[in-house]
Design a binder for this molecule. Sequence first.
Ligand code: FVH
Length: 304
Amino acid sequence: MTTATDTNNPTAAEARPVTVLGLGAMGSAIARTFLEHGHPTTVWNRTAAKAAPLTDAGATTAPTAAEAVAASPLVVVALLDGTAVEQVLTSVGTAITGRTLVNLTSGSPSQARANERRARDHGAAGYLDGKVMGDPPYVGTPNILFAFSGSGSAFAAHEATLRELGTVTYHGEEPGAAAVEFLAQVATSYELLIGYLHTLRLLRAEGADLAGFTERFGASLAVFPALLTSMAQAVESGKYGPDLGSLDVQAALMDDLIGHRESLGVEAVRMREVKKLMDRRIADGHGDQGFSSLFELLAPQGAA
Ligand code: FVH
């Protein structure tokens, strides 16, 4: 996996022509960044009026998506969702022949694989699936992450141009790999953040200082990289030490935690789910193991 180094070197990429399909918040920021790096940039948007600011900034507007695709060897797509991508690529048809298609629309690994098949069937020179972690104002800075997967030769050919957009990682030839990474990152973040919001609700119920807690909890996150690494190693090896303490001890703590929350009217549905897993693991005779051993109870339904 390649990780970004320099993302703001205007001489890093020849100023080759680039096409951007979709001029929403993300697509407009991408097109603007390419213009700033000197690329002849052709743009297209379903609602044509959105192209005006980019035309003023030097972009060429194409009347159809197919004509926009025909204008450049590199085509970047930033549409709302998979349905929009399917509709637009269908309208583009074989205009994609010989071109590299980079899809930056959020979506699933299966959508990425379907888009790669469609691009290949229509003669594209290569397909890259990209997932964006960050907001449009950060495009063109290191503070936004673009994860790519798909054609290695296409990535090598256009890497310097793509690095102009932000911090770039490449996850291999399997076209769905970037989407797997993206969904895993987003899912873990949501799990952490919904727990954080519930804790803020608890603190407010107790009249505690939210800002002070947040500063202290933020500092405590420094231990997470080492903890997550040791948990991943335990899951890989199947050898579970007492991380966060033995489950026997943790289960007692969980009863206190759930009781406290519910006494304040703060729901504890996820905590109750965790406690059930702990009780099951203990009942299976593994009370001496730690929190990571709960992984063994999370097997996909019907999995071996
Ligand atoms: N905005 C963000 O902060 C996040 C950051 C992380 C990555 N996401 C993903 O980026 C994709 C584009 O998001 P966006 O913020 O640019 O979205 P909008 O501003 O709503 O623009 C959507 C564009 O898609 C066009 N569009 C929608 N449906 C169709 C369709 N059926 N056919 C053709 N184009 C379509 C829309 O066109 P219009 O409404 O202006 O005519 C916009 O150009 C997205 O996957 C995020 O998850 C952004």
